[in-house]
Design a protein around this ligand. Structure first.
Ligand code: AMX
Length: 428
């Protein structure tokens, strides 16, 4: 048995002490004021949530606990889950013990496979992932215990059980979705000796799936794990769980948000964009042709996928980590070369396009991830968001475990009508 639960308890005690201190210092302190523009503008820039798994600094990107992306990008996803939940890296014996625990929980129920196999052939793999997890909802330990009448202070412990049960099944479920949707439907068995990412890479059954591909999947699953609390998928998952809908409902809901083109689907949009450039110009693509294509896209009212961010104001460090991988493992790949050419051209264009309306002209993680997967023969880009989802579930789980452990209430901000706002403006 790993010490994950004990360390989460320690973290919860520490976080609770901090909250007690914060409340004692000034429960009524104003952190953020809301403007009319923010009410109509997706609440951008409104500080209204506490999330202790990770935070995104506009200028240095994703931090988990005190660690920067560079600090944690070489770790295993299992260690990242520990870090998200506890704020620290595990001891060296954690991986072995945690793997033993997960190995007891891997098996995806037959009824889930039956459901996934009966879906129409053109069902989006994200729909399959979301439905696959939702279909297992009846297994929720939290729900069963809640119905028996548990204490509020125990909610997080049973939610952790649900989290471990889902996380253990994810490689098999996600790889199975790939095999059903894009392969011959035969599933490759889970290998108890492989780590979480290695198993997923192996069970996809790609001809090209050697050590380097496993390394890419590891990096992918680490870099997409969490992005603080206000992004569409994490926030959705938290809102749903705050109603004490169990983790299966909350994860499925979060994934439905991740499936949108402005969020998790952006990586497949990016690769489509790159492939179109490749199709039109081929190998001999010049910088001038890239510029022309980018302007054509912008002038037709479309966004440049993989560029811009609601919070970041620099090149996403996750993009940088992937570029480093690309330079090492696939420097000669055409898509990767186009990715590099776009990086050289797009920020300069977006900085000044339409008076510089784009708040962040720099690339986000999605600008490169698809090119790398494509290089290894993972050419079904509808599947890419599933990999994003598998990783991001680590964040959904950690955020919900900590929020329940801190006794956070149901989330219910106030909405108002146009008339209410007009009346308010008249009062000025
Ligand atoms: N290309 C062209 N225009 C862009 C742009 C881009 N990459 N990014 C932003 N803009 C435009 C917006 O559409 C908006 O135009 P409008 O005023 O005419 O509606 C204007 O610039 C201001 O937007 P913003 O404040 O810079 O961005 P935002 O916070 O509203 O949205 C995001 C952020 C990511 C949705 C946006 O930058 C975008 O659409 N990028 C392309 C898609 C993408 O890469 N998504 C992935 C995000 C990361 C993730 O969740 N995986």
């Amino acid at each position: 048995m790993s010490n994950l639960k004990e360390e989460i308890r320690n973290n919860l005690n520490k976080l609770q002490d901090e909250i007690n201190f914060i409340f004692a210092q000034g429960r009524d302190t104003v952190l953020s004021e809301v403007t009319v523009g923010q009410v109509y503008g997706g609440m951008r820039g409104l500080t209204a949530l506490a999330c202790n798994t990770s935070y995104v600094d506009p200028y240095s990107g994703l931090h988990i606990g005190e660690y920067t992306t560079e600090d944690f990008s070489s770790r295993l996803p299992e260690e990242i889950f520990f870090l998200l939940c506890t704020g620290k890296f595990p001891e060296s014996d954690f991986i072995g013990k945690f793997r033993e625990d997960l190995n007891q929980r891997t098996s995806v129920p037959e009824y889930t496979w039956n459901l996934l196999r009966t879906l129409p052939k053109d069902t989006h793999p994200m729909t399959m992932l979301s439905l696959g997890i939702l279909s297992m909802e009846k297994e929720s330990v939290f729900k069963k215990e809640y119905q028996k009448g548990i204490q509020k202070s125990q909610y997080w412990e049973y939610t952790l059980e649900d989290a471990l049960n889902v996380i253990a099944k994810l490689p098999e479920l996600a790889a199975g979705i790939y095999r059903i949707r894009f392969g011959d439907g035969n599933l490759i068995p889970h290998n108890p000796d492989l780590d979480w990412a290695g198993n997923l890479a192996n069970m996809l059954g790609l001809p090209n799936s050697g050590k380097d591909f496993s390394e890419l999947i590891r990096l992918y699953l680490v870099l997409h794990c969490d992005h603080e609390g206000g992004n569409v998928s994490a926030f959705t998952s938290r809102v749903v769980n705050s109603a004490l809908s169990d983790l299966y409902y909350a994860i499925s809901a979060g994934l439905n948000g991740l499936a949108g083109p402005l969020h998790g689907l952006a990586n497949q949009e990016c690769l489509k964009f790159i492939l179109k450039i490749d199709d039109r110009y081929g190998d001999s693509l010049t910088e001038e042709e890239v510029r022309k294509y980018v302007f054509e896209t912008l002038d037709s009212g479309k966004v440049i996928p993989g560029y811009g961010h609601a919070v970041l104001r620099v090149t996403d460090p996750r993009f940088t980590a992937f570029m480093k991988f690309g330079d090492t493992y696939c420097a000669e790949n055409n898509c990767f070369k186009i990715t590099k050419k776009l990086f050289a051209v797009v920020p300069g264009i977006l900085k000044t396009y339409k008076g510089g309306k784009v708040a962040n002209p720099w690339p986000n993680v999605d600008a490169v991830s698809g090119s790398l997967l494509y290089n290894f023969g993972l050419d079904q880009f509808d599947y890419y968001t599933v990999l994003f989802g598998v990783s991001r579930i680590l964040g959904f789980c950690a955020q919900n475990i900590l929020a329940l452990g801190l006794g956070q209430p149901i989330i219910r901000p106030k909405s108002v009508t146009n008339k209410w706002i007009i009346d308010k403006l008249r009062e000025r």
